[in-house]
Design a protein around this ligand. Structure first.
Ligand code: BJ8
Length: 383
């Protein structure tokens, strides 16, 4: 595939992709294709994909409906949870509206309790996610994955064959490789593109429904970036910042913008939407397809796991690979698991890797932009 548009325009298109997909999802519905709404990286998307469903991410990232949510939910709750609930309650999100089934997982306490109320607006199915990555946990999640497959079969009156799951695994792996191929360009120093542009592509691609085309597009973007780099188009040298923590699309993305506005270069995203959801492939050689899915998905190093060694392993690997000068952790307000983990992450980053670390707690509003700006500017100045 050859990219007709220039890179800035391509990045702009991806930044608008979520909104642009509203119409696409309507068309998918009209064509009689099922739509499955999902919340979390732990969900094996290969299963709905294997029955030909479109999978849409529902984690709402704006504070537009937070006030509506706060009429029912506590104010002191993670904005991602309030926003998700608010969009469902007010029916303002087309992805919620068109979802035939919404699937959540028992990740953090706030989210799993919110799903109980969400079930009053929409058909909701909850996967029981173990909180520990040990032998029993993998076996339990394997069973949960089979239970989820059976739920899909019953709900949509379809049969999901093992062959179709294998095909979906292969396609998802190809998508992961294409995403990884693109973000790994950020190992280069000086950088070939802005971290914010990269993020828009990573985030925007989750709202593209034609996966073959998306894979081809991602590969084409990579080629174009590489070509321009070889021709001498790259960014000026700047302190290289690695982002970790809670998911950061939408309202919380202000942190990335502030880092770049203050002269920092965001080189990598360890959190969901970045490497956490992409780095590891599903083993296509494993004879037991459900075991392969359980091992890949339960391995994700989210702070809802206790202990959570895989997060530290990935983070350490990325600090080295992307030659990070510092780590900034973004914690969504009232996200207790990530917040508690900042203590361990700080020690890991500063003591084991010898680079500075800062955690910022924020929500989807713009109320703290001034204060964040001051802190980020001071942090970058110190580097
Ligand atoms: S795998 S990061 S998408 S749970 S909702 S834990 S921010 S208090 S989103 Fe997540 Fe899956 Fe983990 Fe990724 Fe905190 Fe808010 Fe909970 Fe959250």
């Amino acid at each position: 595939m050859e990219l007709i548009k220039d890179l800035p325009e391509v990045f702009e298109d991806f930044a608008e992709q979520r909104k642009n997909s509203f119409l696409a999802v309507k068309k998918i519905k009209e064509a009689g294709k099922p739509v499955v709404g999902v919340f979390c990286t732990y969900l094996p998307q290969e299963l709905p994909a294997a029955m030909g469903a479109a999978v849409v991410g529902l984690c709402s990232t704006s504070d537009e409906t937070v006030a509506d949510a706060e009429k029912d939910l506590p104010r002191n709750l993670c904005p991602l949870i309030k926003s998700s609930y608010g969009f469902a309650k007010t029916d303002k999100c087309p992805f919620f509206y068109f979802s035939d089934l919404i699937v959540g997982e028992t990740t953090c306490d706030g989210k799993k309790k919110m799903y109980e109320y969400l079930g009053e607006f929409k058909p909701v199915y909850v996967m029981q996610l173990p909180n520990t990555q040990n032998e029993d946990g993998y076996e339990m999640y394997r069973k949960e994955i089979i239970r989820f497959k059976e739920k899909l079969e019953e709900h949509f009156q379809v049969e999901i064959t093992e062959e179709s799951i294998r095909e979906a695994i292969h396609q998802k792996n190809e998508e992961r490789k294409a995403l990884k191929g693109l973000y790994q360009l950020m190992r280069l120093d000086p950088l070939p593109m802005k971290g914010s542009d990269l993020f828009h592509v990573l985030y925007g691609s989750t709202f593209k429904f034609d996966k073959e085309q998306t894979i081809a597009e991602l590969k084409a973007i990579k080629q174009k970036v590489e070509k321009e780099y070889a021709e001498g188009k790259y960014l000026e040298k700047a302190p290289r910042i690695l982002i970790t923590g809670s998911p950061i699309g939408g309202g919380a993305f202000k942190v990335v913008n502030l880092i770049e506005e203050n002269g920092g270069a965001v080189v990598a995203f360890e959190n969901c939407t970045g490497a956490k959801s992409t780095e590891e492939l599903v083993d296509e050689e494993e004879p037991d397809v459900y075991k392969a899915l359980a091992e890949r998905y339960l391995n994700i190093g989210c702070s809802c796991m206790s202990p959570n060694p895989n997060r530290f392993e990935l983070l350490g690997k990325m600090i080295e690979e992307y030659k990070a000068d510092a780590v900034i952790e973004v914690v969504l307000t009232a996200c207790h698991t990530y917040n508690v983990e900042t203590f361990g992450v700080k020690r890991f980053v500063t003591e084991q890797h010898g680079i500075p670390y800062m955690a910022v707690e924020t929500d989807y509003s713009n109320g703290d932009v001034g204060q964040l700006n001051t802190r980020i500017a001071a942090f970058l100045e110190m580097l």
